[in-house]
Ligand binder design. Structure first.
Ligand SMILES: NC(=O)C1=CN([C@@H]2O[C@H](COP(=O)(O)OP(=O)(O)OC[C@H]3O[C@@H](n4cnc5c(N)ncnc54)[C@H](O)[C@@H]3O)[C@@H](O)[C@H]2O)C=CC1
Ligand SMILES: O=C(O)CCC(=O)C(=O)O
Length: 415
């Protein structure tokens, strides 16, 4: 894993699709690099009175189909190349589900688990000020990602609004409902994973009732997926977080596991299951695997041992191109990240539209609209994959890249 570079991987995936599309070298030159990369170093006062200089990034990959859109992550592991990869994947994701955005992503190198709420608030407010030169409701709209949540979005919205002199709710999505957030956004990523998995299961003639599900990562995407798949009738046989994994072939109660995590900080010590390693969660006997943590976890070293029939990528970039080849040869159906987890950004789009109009929709309407978009995108990607006899990642990337390339072409390139 030492040499793993998410941006190299994203470019490799891009070139595979560009080759298949016979995309011109000129167009590749435009699409392969991010449009803007902002690096900010900024001081944050810690609770002990000391100042720590933090480094953060905001990268806008492409804005030809609309304003840049994408989450902000807080983690000690954030790098510029990771943010560049995530921004590129956002461009393809928005194109594949047909919402009018380009792609962006942001991140701050920090250790949020060892920071107090007031330190995180000061960090967020200062970071927002630093990147306010490129974000805005019509230019670049952040959202939550790893280790950020609706409270962080509220601080971002408030800080941006303080500088504007009036409230600008549409500058971020994933906000609390009380300040212009949307019904359904918190559950949206996992809901989209469920909708696309349902569609995949239908294609395979597989029932979700009683299907065994293993989930890596138990945060926003993973824990809510556990709940929704459980309600769907699936058996959640394994879960994990950074402290370890847990397996129970009879099925875990996601609500009880979540309460345990809230009380003890991890799922790994939940008593009603057998402790397994973080790596084993990917390879336990199951029908559906949901990587919902981080990049580069399914590689040529473990792809062969994955038993799931469907791999629904809630996480961004969990599977390397080498692993994709193995999984395809073994007949595993991978629902690629830019499709499987696009429910999050789709409901973010609904939130932004509602904020701009100051008219708000009910949860039922949100879910119904989301299902239409996810099903349509799934079918388009599956048809593309069938047509080109390739896996769904290549199908999704081809579809997305052709849409972005068409928008770029039609807008014209200044000589
Ligand atoms: N939150 C959202 O709306 C969206 C999130 N995603 C992606 O989903 C993934 C998870 O994001 P969130 O759930 O929002 O983050 P989160 O911060 O709420 O949860 C992340 C979870 O992953 C666990 N984790 C991290 N590294 C791990 C590892 N190596 N092995 C096992 N567990 C590990 C953490 O302990 C935590 O439980 C990320 O790839 C993110 O980019 C994608 C689309 C939207
Ligand atoms: O909701 C959004 O705008 C973006 C969420 C995100 O960062 C992602 O889809 O990876």
């Amino acid at each position: 894993m030492q040499d793993f570079n998410p941006y190299d991987m994203a470019v490799q995936q891009f070139e595979l699709a560009a080759d298949k599309l016979e995309l011109s070298e000129d167009m590749r030159e435009i699409l392969r690099k991010p449009k803007r990369e902002l690096i900010v170093n900024f001081p944050v006062r810690l609770d002990n009175g000391r100042i720590k200089t933090m480094t953060g990034y905001r990268v806008q990959h492409n804005v030809n189909r609309g304003p840049a859109k994408g989450g902000i992550r807080y983690s000690p592991d954030v790098t510029l190349d990771e943010v560049k990869a995530l921004a590129m994947w956002m461009t393809w994701k928005c194109a594949v589900v047909g919402i009018p955005y380009g792609g962006a992503k942001g991140g701050v190198i920090c250790d949020p688990k060892n920071m107090t709420a007031s330190e995180l608030e000061r960090l967020t407010r200062r970071f927002t000020t630093e990147i306010s030169i490129i974000i805005g409701p019509h230019s670049d709209i952040p959202a939550p990602d790893v280790n950020t949540n609706s409270q962080v979005m509220a601080w971002m919205m408030d800080t941006y609004s303080m500088h504007s002199g009036f409230s600008v709710p549409a500058v971020v999505t994933g906000k609390p409902l009380s300040i212009g957030g949307s019904e359904g956004r918190n559950e949206a990523t996992a809901t989209g994973v469920l909708f696309t998995t349902r569609r995949a299961a239908q294609r395979l003639g597989m029932s979700l009732k009683g299907a065994r599900v293993s989930i890596q990562g138990f945060g926003n995407a993973g824990s809510i997926a556990a709940r929704l798949f459980h309600v769907e009738g699936c058996k959640i046989v394994a879960v994990s977080d950074t402290s370890g994994g847990l397996y129970n072939e009879e099925g875990l109660d996601p609500g009880a596991v979540q309460r345990h995590k809230l009380a003890y900080g991890t799922v790994a010590t939940y008593p009603d299951g057998q402790s397994i390693s973080i790596a084993d969660v990917l390879t336990v006997p199951c029908d559906i695997l949901i990587p919902a943590a981080t990049e580069g976890v399914i590689t040529e070293h473990n792809a062969d041992t994955i038993q799931a029939r469907i791999i629904a990528e809630a996480a961004n970039g969990p599977t390397t191109p080498e692993a994709d080849v193995i999984l395809f040869e073994k007949g595993r159906l991978v629902i690629p990240d830019i499709l499987a987890n696009a429910g999050g950004v789709t409901v973010s789009y609904f939130e932004w539209v509602q904020d701009l109009q100051s008219i708000f929709w009910g949860n039922e309407e949100i879910i119904a609209r989301l299902e239409v978009i996810m099903n349509k995108a799934f079918d388009a990607v599956a048809d593309q994959a069938d047509l080109y006899h390739c896996d769904m990642r290549l199908g999704a990337n081809m579809l997305a890249i052709s849409r972005v390339s068409e928008a770029t072409q039609v807008r014209g390139i200044y000589p």
